[in-house]
Design a protein around this ligand. Structure first.
Ligand code: PBG
Length: 322
């Protein structure tokens, strides 16, 4: 890099005014790249401290999707909170499960909205783990069939993209094969490839009612200390047929986003998770931070690190902020 030094070079010249800064800005936030997570449940539940983490019933969901679409939001990621939970996560894959009903309500009304679904079992199992439990352990291979069944039922109900977040080995391949067998060879898989066993999922687990009833998720989600392993996870998912890979959480893992961006040519997504949103909300509530400024800076940093698309609870605020 050729540089001439001060006083010839003065980097402040292009910082003097907003239009000058705009000309040389390297990273821009565009609404097209953001995905709004939404929780659908039999009963609505308002969340005053974290408004983006409310639960909607089907009518409320349609209403919310309507206002999001009208404001310019392009993509929604659906999470379900079922009426009943069991060992087989029946609510995840049954034809009239809560997410399947939500898809059937939204699909015909909003042909222009991209509908993504989280494919996981934790919201639907009685024990709150992301797979089938056998002898006190989450059984990898026995979970694959249920995950694949869930993905197919989402596609049948109208999902545009399925996003497996369970972290079982081999699930992307199992889902790809099942989708293809059922005539959904055009449905892309956005794999939560590097999903860490993180302390930042707390508010989500409350919203989705998905906290594990025993143990934790460290036996299947990644160790926060590892980045080389994250690249192996991504490589395996790509080999199994992932169309895009996701890193989650986002802010504490910007190095992982950057590493994935450099190693792979397919789209890289980042999930700006509930704890990242909650920290800023809480600090803003205490008068310590400006929510809009802190949120936009966070989302800019995630994009700068290399994320092409971003799942964020602030997506609903972006139309008025940008
Ligand atoms: C489901 C799932 C989780 C999140 C997304 N999908 C929770 C978990 O793994 O415990 C977390 C998202 C967030 O915190 O916003 N497995």
């Amino acid at each position: 890099m050729a540089v001439s030094s001060f006083p010839v070079t003065r980097l402040r010249r292009f910082r003097r005014t907003a239009p000058l800064r705009g000309l040389v800005r390297e990273t821009r936030l565009e609404l097209d790249r953001f995905v709004m997570p939404l929780f659908v449940a039999p009963e609505p539940l308002v969340n005053e401290a974290l408004p983006a983490m409310a639960r909607f019933d089907l009518d409320g969901l349609v209403h919310e999707a309507d206002s999001l679409a009208a404001s310019g939001v392009r993509a929604l990621m659906l999470f379900g909170v079922p009426a009943d939970k069991d060992e087989e996560a029946t609510g995840a894959w049954e034809d009239d499960g809560i997410v399947q009903q939500a898809l059937r309500a939204l699909r015909p009304r909003f042909p222009e909205l991209v509908l993504l679904t989280d494919v996981c079992l934790c919201e639907y199992t009685s024990h709150g783990h992301c797979g089938v439990v056998v002898d006190g352990e989450v059984h990898n291979d026995r979970s694959l069939e249920l995950l694949a069944r869930t993905a197919v039922s989402h596609a049948e109900a109208g999902a545009d993209v399925v996003a497996p977040s369970d972290m079982m080995d081999g699930r992307v391949g199992a889902i790809r094969e099942a989708l293809d067998d059922h005539g959904f060879s055009s449905t892309p898989i956005l794999a939560y490839s590097a999903k860490y066993a993180s302390a930042f999922y707390g508010p989500f687990r409350e919203a989705a009612d998905s906290a594990p009833s025993f143990g934790d998720r460290r036996g299947y989600q990644m160790d926060p200390a590892n980045v080389r392993e994250a690249l192996r996870e991504c490589a395996l998912d790509v080999e199994e047929g992932a169309d895009a890979i996701m890193i989650k959480p986002a802010l504490p893992y910007l190095d992982v986003i950057r590493a994935a961006r450099e190693a792979f040519d397919l789209p890289v997504a980042a999930y700006n998770v509930s704890g990242e949103y909650a920290m800023v909300r809480a600090a803003a509530q205490a008068g310590w931070l400006d929510e809009r400024a802190a949120a936009l800076e966070s989302l800019t940093a995630i994009s700068r690190a290399g994320a092409d698309l971003v799942v964020s609870y602030w997506t609903r605020d972006l139309p008025s902020w940008l």
